[in-house]
Design a protein around this ligand. Structure first.
Ligand code: M6R
Length: 635
């Protein structure tokens, strides 16, 4: 999705904006641009870099007014950066920047942000979708406004100018009041060259406070190199940044005091640190991420300590059911969660993808515990599902990685996964830590409800505590998995099968492979294949069978034999006590054995490596897979 940055301070803005945008590249984009307000950059203007749109001084400009210059270009950020020589000749201290992920209009120089108003008085960058843009555009055209792009965003620039009478904040308020949809905006005004105005509604935006000015960004990694002091904006809040002040206003325009959050991620956690890709770095970081998520939740006396939960045993006993709602991989953790929670708590657990849940008139009420799972805490469908659940009176507990994000701030209870920043679009360490939190919640509820006793709890927690070391052991097999993966670089199709918890992991294994390698892949409950999909199995079809579930091992083996008999090339992931399988299959990956319920945390790891190494062998753009974005902030 689009990425926004903004800077106002004592330093030259352009290099900082380019650096911030580079940190947001992982979100996915097809073009990039920056706008600066201040003194004109004569040198660049004289050279007029190819493809860049440089707006000259506003007609009738006041003597002391700034000039807005816009440099933008289709394609990679490096193209823009090269054209303006990394911003070396651009001296303005105030600017906004954007990476665009096309929604309205193809990727092109014209459709790239920033967009400007007709006279060049305003420049705007936007993340989100303006749903009523067509009506607004028609009205503006009727009033004589000429549009130069196909975007929904351009209407905002023109609305700002239409509503301006010298009051920048007032114009921003008036323009925003006409918008429907989702937006995070960064706005410049040539007559107020010492201010940036930003606003958010259903699209993420953070403010960073530094000793050398103030910044805005779509995501924390973009500002981490400069500050860890952050203000998370909530929906409909507007902020006016000056180089030495930040004023936040609520939706009615009243100034409000927002809490400053100190983010404890360090800069290196958002850098590749010697790895070729963030994906492999984050896969390798899993032992630390798991330990950081597990250890604070186990008290010295062996009890579970849930920092963000305020649920008493009495309240827990009042829940008739649990509903887990999320998107993508986070949803897949919910599928594991369903098996584990039902088994331990004996409460009915439903799991749903957020985009379905929100529109299906779900049967939930005050007796339902809704568990929302999200790495970013900003996924649009998941936020909508959360609100739907709250409107129906449910108690909402969320598992989130980004502190202070929308989902975290709107939930009744929050449990953070301490995975650190996850940059790769394909989630790995966030998935693993989400899974761990679901385990801990399951143990907690089951114990409070008396469904497991102290001894069971100790046994489960001690197995959980051993996961980081066991995952580290599996990661040492990376060179072997890399070698095996070379063989599958030219695959067109893949099938992942398993039963019970193995099936839940198959869903994630399949997504991991397809999203980065572009190989068509499906996950199936192993016992369900024969009801249709087995007709696709022929000589050489690649089937990965997850067979770690002890009690169903023989059944899965029968399904493996069925696909083998039809010519499939079969890879099996199983526990290291199953030596007899070797002769039956083409490839085998062994992992250590732990408590059956916790096996997903181990078996997913070789599947992440498989997805990564096959994509590497196919020379895919692993950290920025086509059409994908890290944080999906539109519906
Ligand atoms: O930030 P979230 O956890 O809410 O994101 C949910 C999904 O968009 C995300 O898990 C997605 O499926 C990943 N690309 C999977 O690798």
């Amino acid at each position: 999705m689009c990425g926004i940055v903004g800077y106002i301070g004592n330093s030259a803005a352009a290099p900082l904006l380019l650096e911030g945008l580079a940190k947001l590249e992982y979100r996915g984009y097809d073009s990039a641009g920056i706008a600066l307000v201040g003194k004109p950059s004569e040198k660049i203007k004289a050279e007029k870099p190819d493809g860049c749109d440089i707006v000259s001084a506003t007609p009738g400009a006041k003597a002391n007014q700034g000039v807005i210059e816009i440099y933008k270009s289709k394609g990679r950020l490096s193209i823009l950066s090269e054209k303006i020589r990394g911003g070396a000749d651009l001296t303005a201290n105030v600017g906004i920047g954007h990476t665009r992920w096309a929604t309205h209009g193809k990727p092109s120089d014209e459709n790239s942000h920033p967009h400007r108003s007709a006279s060049g008085l305003f420049a705007v960058v936007h993340n989100g979708i303006i749903e009523n843009y067509a009506a607004l555009k028609a009205k503006l055209i009727n009033e004589g406004v000429e549009f130069v792009s196909e975007t929904d965003t351009e209407v905002i620039a023109h609305l700002l100018e239409k509503n301006y009478n010298g009051d920048f904040l007032g114009a921003a308020r008036a323009a925003v009041s006409q918008l429907q949809g989702s937006y995070a905006l960064g706005i410049l005004c040539a007559e107020h060259p010492d201010e940036i105005i930003a606003v958010r509604n259903s699209s993420p935006l953070v403010v960073g406070l530094t000793d050398n000015g103030n910044v805005i960004a779509s995501d924390i990694p973009a500002i981490l190199a400069h500050t860890r002091r952050v203000i998370q904006l909530s929906d409909n809040e507007m902020v006016r940044l000056r180089k030495d002040s930040v004023e936040v206003y609520d939706s009615s325009g009243f100034p409000i005091n927002k809490k400053e959050i100190l983010v404890d991620w360090d800069v290196s956690s958002a850098e590749r640190g010697g790895y070729d890709h963030f994906m492999i770095k984050e896969i390798m970081e899993q032992p630390q991420a798991l330990a950081a998520t597990i250890s604070p939740r186990i008290g010295a006396d062996g009890s579970i300590v849930l920092d963000g939960i305020n649920l008493t045993a009495k309240q827990l006993a009042g829940f008739r059911r649990i509903c887990i709602v999320a998107c993508g991989s986070a949803y897949h953790t919910g599928v594991v969660g369903k098996y584990v929670m039902e088994k331990l708590t004996r409460l009915p657990v439903e799991v749903d993808v957020a985009s379905e849940f929100r529109y299906r008139d779900p049967l939930i009420d005050k007796d339902t515990l809704v568990i929302i799972v999200s790495q970013s805490g900003e996924t649009a469908d998941t936020i909508a599902a959360l609100r739907e659940a709250k409107n129906r009176g449910a108690r909402v507990l969320s598992i989130v990685n980004v502190v202070g994000s929308t989902i975290a701030s709107e939930s009744d209870d929050v449990l953070y996964t301490w995975a650190g920043p996850e940059i790769s679009v394909a989630t790995t360490k966030a998935y693993s830590t989400q899974l761990t939190m679901l385990y801990i919640i399951a143990f907690y509820i089951a114990h409070k409800l008396g469904r497991i006793d102290d001894r069971d709890l100790r046994r489960l927690l001690s197995a959980l505590n051993r996961l980081p070391d066991m995952v580290a052991g599996i990661l040492r097999q990376a060179p072997d998995i890399k070698r095996i993966s070379q063989r599958y670089a030219y695959l067109e199709h893949a099938y992942f099968i398993g039963r019970n918890l193995d099936y839940a992991v198959a869903l994630e294994a399949s997504l991991k492979l397809k999203e980065v390698s572009y190989i068509h892949s499906e996950a199936y409950p192993a016992g369900e294949l024969k009801h249709g999909t087995i007709s696709l199995i022929e000589e050489g079809t690649f089937v990965v069978a997850l067979a770690c579930c002890d009690k169903l091992f023989e059944k899965t083996m029968s399904n493996i034999k069925e696909v083998k008999a039809r010519g499939a090339e079969v890879m099996v992931v199983t526990t290291d006590d199953r030596r007899d399988v070797i002769s039956e299959v083409d490839q085998i990956i062994y992992i250590p054995k732990t408590n059956d319920l916790l096996m997903p945390s181990l078996e997913v790891v070789p599947m992440q490596l498989l997805g990564y190494y096959i994509s590497l062998a196919r020379k895919c753009d692993i950290d920025k897979p086509r059409n994908l974005a890290k944080s999906v902030t539109v519906e």
